[in-house]
Ligand binder design. Structure first.
Ligand code: NAP
Length: 289
């Protein structure tokens, strides 16, 4: 029996329906987390995974509205494709170019991207002042757009971007400068990441490196120090090689799974205005990674 499957589940005529659109969808942890949170707050709500084929998104969304579904999470391959189908999108989702949460009220669909808020949540538990902390961000893909925007919104004064494909980092830094003209944003070549680490406290990996055994080493162990805070948003495996090295060198580490839980918390807040039972959800999902 999967953890959480023993949760009570009562459906009534007034049960509110939520769900997730994706393909494939079987490995998503969202049904477990959201179901647990609904039941924790005794909310008459149900959360269902919907395996929506890539070509079926418009019909699925129209169907969800027609059926009175109240909210959706959206994952691969629909996060970008859903944007033009929505009535409104948040400034974050617009900047990132992807939506992972939809709120449906009175037939109107509003798209959000909760990556940035989810990313910040575990950092807010640390004795770290964003205003005094320059950040080194490895990667310039979709997740990096969310992370860098969130850091600048939180008051980070200086960002250094480091991406394998330099053009992508330059494009992102240009977009960020337009929105945050007061921030100092630099791009450094990927091979200079270790040198850049010396002048930063917070380091974030937003690349996909670390997902697979045999992936290249992102930073040599010697670049890591006890005063560093190293955050790897890759969450499978939970302790990536980067995090293992950082821990060995005495640095503070932040696990990518915490960002995933944070995203779920923000979606739950948007839909219900309730707080996520984060500690209990941690106990539920950590053993599944
Ligand atoms: P993406 O848009 O495809 O971007 C991938 C990034 O990884 C790019 O910066 C890419 O560099 C870099 N990269 C890939 N392989 C590399 C390699 N071998 N060496 C150096 N750089 C490499 O993907 P994404 O949506 O940003 O997601 C990135 C990672 O974040 C994924 O592992 C994803 O699972 C994770 N993520 C986690 C959470 C969470 O909640 N914890 C949320 C979102 C994403 P180039 O530009 O040079 O290709």
């Amino acid at each position: 029996m999967a953890p959480g499957s023993e949760l009570a589940c009562a459906i009534s005529g007034s049960t509110r329906l939520y769900g997730i659109f994706g393909h494939p969808i079987t490995h998503s942890l969202s049904p477990l987390m959201q179901t647990f949170a609904f039941q924790h707050h005794h909310l008459d709500c149900l959360y269902v995974p919907f395996p929506v084929q890539p070509g079926h998104l418009p019909q699925a969304l129209t169907g969800a509205i027609a059926l009175g579904i109240c909210g959706l999470n959206v994952t691969i391959p629909h996060k970008e494709a859903i944007l033009p189908l929505l009535d409104d999108v948040s400034p974050e989702a617009e900047f990132i170019g992807a939506v992972n949460t939809v709120d449906i009220r009175d037939g109107r669909t509003i798209g959000y991207n909760t990556d940035g808020t989810g990313f910040l949540m575990p950092l807010q538990e640390l004795p770290l002042s964003f205003a005094g902390t320059p950040a080194l961000v490895l990667g310039a893909g979709g997740a990096s757009r969310a992370v860098t925007m969130a850091l600048l919104q939180a008051g980070c004064p200086e960002l250094t971007l480091c991406n394998r494909t330099p053009e992508r980092a330059h494009r992102l830094s240009g977009d960020l400068r337009e929105r945050f003209p007061q921030a100092r944003i630099n791009c450094v070549p990927f091979e200079h990441a270790a040198a850049a680490a010396r002048s930063h406290i917070l380091m974030v990996n937003t690349t996909a490196v670390g997902l697979h055994p045999g992936d290249p080493q992102l930073l040599p162990e010697t670049a890591l120090r006890p005063e560093h805070v190293v955050y790897d948003i890759v969450y499978r495996p939970m302790h990536t090689e980067l995090l293992q090295a950082a821990k060995q060198r005495g640095a503070t580490i932040v696990l990518g799974i915490e960002m995933l839980i944070g995203q779920g918390a923000e979606a739950f807040r948007i839909w219900t205005d309730h707080t996520f039972p984060t500690a209990a959800i941690r106990n539920l999902v950590y053993p599944l990674i």
